[in-house]
Write a protein that binds this ligand. Structure first.
Ligand code: GLY
Ligand code: MN
Ligand code: MN
Length: 440
C-alpha cells in the first residue's frame, strides 16, 4: 500500500476517539454526500462528504455511517448500496454491505434500502443523537421523524424524546489536528500543486489565453491522480484584482502579471497555492515593489506561525507589514496606528491571511475558543496568503499602480517549535520567479 494513503487503522482510531467524546447512550448518524445533477441524467463529479471520508474512507454515494458507542454487537454500522451486476456494468463498482465489512471495518452492514426499517431500532435507548442538521434536507426530515418516534426512559423514570446535538463540534475539533499519515498525504497534495505551478510558470507566454495556462495545471494534477481542490483562478493583469475570478478566458499580455490560485486535491486532502508571475518573464518596477511588500507580509506571518502564537497573530503581522509598505510608497497616508484603526488598507487588502486546510480547502475547526483567538498547536494546517489588489478604477492612486493584483499563498503545518512549509520547492521571491521562467 502506498505510504501516502490513510491506513485502515487510522479510520478506526478516529471513530474510537469520536465515540469516546460522544459518551454512552449516544448515537452518531452521518449520511453520504448526495449526487448533484448537472443536467438531465448527467451528474457533477461525485465527491464524498469530508466528515464521511474522515470516519470511513468510503467514497460511494447512498451510504450512511452509524456509530453506537458501547454497543456489544458492534459499534460501527454501515448502510450501503447493494451489489448489482447490471448497475455495476452501467455505473461502476459497488462495495456492497459485504465490502463495507471486509474492506472498511464495519462491524455490520446493511443495504441502504433497509435504513428505514433498521435505524429506528438502533436508536432505541440512545438519549443523544449526534447529527449535522442543515446539509441534506431530505435526510434531515427522516431524522426528525425517527427521533420523534423515539421515547426513552430518562434517569428520573419519565419518558423523554432523544435530543439532537450537532455532530460538528466534536468531529471538527478532531479534524483540525492532522496526524502523521494525514500530513504525508497533504505533503503529496502540496507537491503536486507545486509541480503544477513550476510547470505553468515555464509555460506562460504573452498572447496565451488564461485557460491555456489553466490547462498546464489540470495536466499536472491529473497526471498525479489529483483533481483541482477548487476552481482554479487564472487572472491576467487586472483580473488578478478579482478575488474569485474563475472565467479564465482572457489573453495574457506582455508586461502584465498573472495571478494563479490553484491547488490539488489528493486522496481527499487539499493544497492551496497562489503565485503571481510576469507573463513576459520580468517584473516591472511597480510590480516588484508591490510583490516585495506582499512577500514581506508573508514572511512576517510565517514568523508568527508557531506554538504559543494565536490564530490571529499571523494575520495581524501581515496587515501591519502591508500597511507600512503602502504608507512608504504613498498609497496610504498617515500613521500606521491611524491606518490600522480606520482599516483604510481594506481598499487594498480585503481578505484574511489564511484559513485551516485539510479535507476541505476552507477546512473545519473553530478559530476562536470562548470568543478568544485560539492558540496555534502542532498538527494544525493552514494557509498564509497575503495580497495587495489595486483596483483598476481606484482614482485615488497614481495610474502606474492601478490594476496590479498580487497574492502569494503557501501552506504550513505547525510543528513543536515553529512551522513546516508544505509547499516548498517553488520560487517565492521575484528573483527566483524570474530565474525559474528564464530557465524554461
Ligand atoms: N483558493 C481559495 C483560497 O485561497 O482561499
Ligand atoms: Mn488559494
Ligand atoms: Mn486559501
Amino acid at each position: 500500500m502506498s505510504k501516502e494513503k490513510i491506513p485502515a487503522g487510522e479510520y478506526k482510531r478516529r471513530r474510537k476517539q469520536l465515540m469516546q467524546a460522544m459518551g454512552k447512550d449516544t448515537i452518531a448518524i452521518l449520511p453520504a454526500a448526495i449526487h448533484k445533477l448537472r443536467n438531465r441524467d448527467t451528474e457533477y463529479p461525485y465527491r464524498q462528504r469530508s466528515d464521511f471520508l474522515y470516519l470511513s474512507g468510503f467514497a460511494e454515494p447512498e451510504a450512511v455511517i452509524v456509530l453506537l458507542p458501547g454497543r456489544k454487537q458492534g459499534e460501527f454500522i454501515m448502510f450501503t448500496r447493494e451489489r448489482d451486476r447490471t448497475m455495476e456494468i452501467w455505473n461502476g463498482y459497488r462495495s456492497g454491505p459485504e465490502g463495507a465489512v471486509a474492506d472498511f471495518g464495519a462491524d455490520d452492514a446493511f443495504p441502504i434500502d433497509d435504513l428505514d426499517d433498521i435505524l429506528p431500532g438502533l436508536m432505541e435507548g440512545r438519549e443523544t443523537i449526534y447529527y449535522s442538521l442543515g446539509r441534506d434536507k431530505e435526510f434531515d426530515s427522516h431524522i426528525v421523524d425517527w427521533v420523534s418516534k423515539q421515547r426513552t426512559q430518562s434517569r428520573s423514570g419519565a419518558l423523554a424524546t432523544p435530543e439532537i446535538v450537532d455532530l460538528n463540534f466534536l468531529l471538527h475539533e478532531l479534524r483540525l489536528f492532522k496526524s502523521k499519515a494525514e500530513l504525508r498525504v497533504m505533503r503529496r497534495a502540496a507537491k503536486i500543486a507545486v509541480a503544477a505551478h513550476n510547470r505553468a510558470m515555464q509555460a506562460v507566454k504573452p498572447k496565451m489565453y488564461e485557460y491555456e495556462l489553466e490547462a498546464e495545471y489540470l495536466f499536472e494534477f491529473r497526471k498525479s491522480n489529483a483533481i483541482p481542490a477548487y476552481n482554479s483562478i487564472v487572472g491576467g493583469g487586472e483580473n488578478g484584482c478579482i478575488l474569485h475570478y474563475v472565467e479564465n478566458n482572457q489573453p495574457l499580455k506582455d508586461g502584465e502579471l498573472v495571478l494563479v490560485d490553484a491547488g490539488a486535491e489528493y486522496q481527499g486532502y487539499a493544497s492551496d497555492i497562489t503565485r503571481t508571475f510576469p507573463v513576459g518573464g520580468k517584473f516591472s518596477k511597480e510590480q516588484k515593489i508591490i510583490y516585495d511588500i506582499v512577500l514581506a507580509a508573508q514572511e512576517a506571518a510565517l514568523k508568527k506561525s508557531k506554538p504559543g502564537c494565536h490564530w490571529n497573530d499571523p494575520h495581524d503581522a501581515a496587515v501591519k507589514t502591508i500597511v507600512k509598505g503602502l504608507i512608504k510608497i504613498g498609497l496610504l497616508k498617515g500613521t500606521l496606528a491611524a491606518n490600522l484603526k480606520s482599516e483604510k488598507y481594506r481598499d487594498f487588502y480585503m481578505h484574511r491571511t489564511g484559513h485551516w486546510l485539510g479535507l476541505d480547502t476552507h477546512d473545519v475547526g473553530d478559530y476562536k475558543i470562548d470568543e478568544q483567538w485560539r492558540l496555534l498547536e502542532p498538527g494544525m494546517v493552514y494557509t498564509i496568503e497575503p495580497g495587495i489588489y489595486i483596483a483598476p478604477d481606484l482614482k485615488s492612486v497614481p495610474k502606474r499602480w492601478r490594476g496590479i493584483g498580487i497574492r502569494i499563498e503557501d501552506d504550513v503545518v505547525i510543528t513543536d517549535d515553529g512551522c513546516e512549509i508544505l509547499t516548498e520547492g517553488m520560487p517565492r521571491t521575484t528573483a527566483e520567479v524570474e530565474a525559474h521562467i528564464a530557465a524554461a
